[in-house]
Design a binder for this molecule. Structure first.
Ligand code: SDX
Length: 392
């Protein structure tokens, strides 16, 4: 029906799972959240609507959405004491490490969000996280920019308030730019969930020990940080910038990627599941053109990215290995156009993925799944007799 398969008992408790949240078809490039096509959601929904859909399973009525946002606004305060933790980090600290630490620190200031056995307790913990996580994201950027923290504006939409908390200059009023707002809304939706990827599996397995929602999300942030996963969006821009600095010779970098002696990989290419195209990459590529044109930005890195994609699609090494642009290949170009610094790209991925992580954690807890316990195939030594150190 919705692509559900039933795993045989041997797979139970191994971290593999049954889920009703996101359906992927890697061959056909299909991505659906709770049965709704990503193309429709990215064009027609708000990020908060999609968060509601992923977490609670249905698109909300206006009344349900209004109540969700009203509950979020009541919880948007982050304890002032947490600023001491933020202040303890050097400005140079990578924002993903800061975000993971601050998310874990939320536990100390919200103890009621740890033991969540009832659905009501779960709802309250989820609301606290949906409310406070964007504040922590904004904190990581303002810390790097040496700016005072901003408390947001509850008259704005969820996404516009995030932009305001991130970008409002202390001495000016913040004017929402419609193009920027719509672009961020779309990017967050496109990143909102993606089945059992590395970081989501981390959230589920940490959550399966009943460590609590905040601890599970903090672990997921650390998993997403890796350059093979969410960290790729930062690595893509660094790679494209390197190619530009090196004279724009994309063929040289294509060759490097094929050279088995060289660990270099074309960042933003390839995917464990998508073997024809990543539907998100298609949407983001078009959006990159639209956003840069609307904002009147000329970014030579976009032309290099398109050139690299064209060459890879015509190169047998990449075609044979089914290596196509993934969600991270073009996203950084848009983030940059929105004024987001490169080191913050993976933080933006985490912000988008938050509702998916929450939904997956909630599903695992509601299904009362046992503690995750991946199995192994032992390939080590058979039994050996101990030898005293003088006889080794
Ligand atoms: C995300 O799982 C998810 O859903 C993740 C994600 C999500 O929304 O959560 O979609 C987000 O993480 C997207 C992926 C971002 N990462 C990158 O862009 C980093 C670069 N890509 C790769 O490292 C790689 O493609 C992975 C990690 C994405 C997938 O790796 P696989 O499926 O384990 O593939 P592999 O490492 O086994 O490689 C198969 C072959 C190898 O060559 P051979 O040994 O067969 O000769 O393909 C080659 C690899 O060397 N290869 C690449 C390559 N990716 C794979 N060669 C050059 N450049 C690349 N990017």
């Amino acid at each position: 029906s919705g692509g559900l398969i039933t795993l045989d008992p041997g797979f139970k408790n191994t971290g593999s799972c049954e889920s009703a949240i996101t359906f992927l078809n890697g061959e056909e490039g299909i991505l659906r959240y709770r049965g709704y096509a990503i193309e429709d959601l990215a064009e027609k929904a708000s990020f908060l609507e999609v968060a509601y859909l992923l977490i609670f399973g249905e698109l909300p009525t206006q009344q349900q959405l209004d109540k969700l946002y009203a509950d979020i606004k009541k919880e948007s305060h982050v304890d002032e004491e947490m600023k001491k933790i933020l202040d303890g980090f050097p400005k140079s600290a990578h924002p993903m490490g800061v975000l993971s630490s601050l998310t874990s620190a939320l536990i100390a200031f919200n103890p009621s969000a740890v033991n969540v056995d009832s659905e009501e307790d779960m709802y309250n913990a989820i609301i606290k996280l949906l409310a406070k996580f964007p504040v922590l994201v904004a904190w990581t950027l303002r810390k790097r920019n040496g700016q005072p923290l901003d408390y947001g504006d509850s008259s704005l939409t969820y996404v516009d308030n995030i932009l305001k908390m991130m970008f409002k200059k202390p001495s000016e009023n913040y004017e929402v730019n419609k193009v920027v707002s719509e672009a961020l809304n779309k990017l967050l939706i496109l990143h909102a969930d993606h089945e059992q990827n590395c970081s989501t599996s981390t959230v589920r397995i940490v959550g399966s020990s009943h460590a609590g929602l905040f601890a599970s999300i903090s672990a997921g942030i650390s998993a997403l940080w890796g350059p093979l996963h969410g960290g790729a969006n930062q690595a893509v821009i660094e790679m494209l910038e390197g190619i530009k600095q090196d004279g724009g010779d994309t063929k040289k970098y294509m060759q490097k990627a094929k050279d088995k002696e060289d660990p270099f990989r074309l960042m933003g290419f390839g995917h464990r599941v998508y073997k024809n195209f990543d539907p998100r990459a298609k949407i983001i590529k078009k959006s990159a053109d639209d956003v840069l044109n609307s904002l009147g930005i000329e970014d030579p890195v976009l032309d290099i990215a398109k050139g690299l994609e064209k060459e890879a699609l015509e190169d047998s090494y990449f075609v044979d290995r089914k290596l196509y642009p993934n969600v991270d290949f073009y996203s950084g170009i848009i983030y940059r156009a929105l004024g987001i610094p490169t080191e913050m790209f993976t933080v933006m991925f985490a912000l988008g993925r938050l509702p998916g992580w929450i939904a997956q954690w909630r599903e695992m807890r509601l299904r009362k799944e046992p503690i995750g316990r991946p199995r192994q195939v032992y390939i080590g030594e058979n039994h050996r007799e101990f030898k005293d150190i003088n006889n080794r």
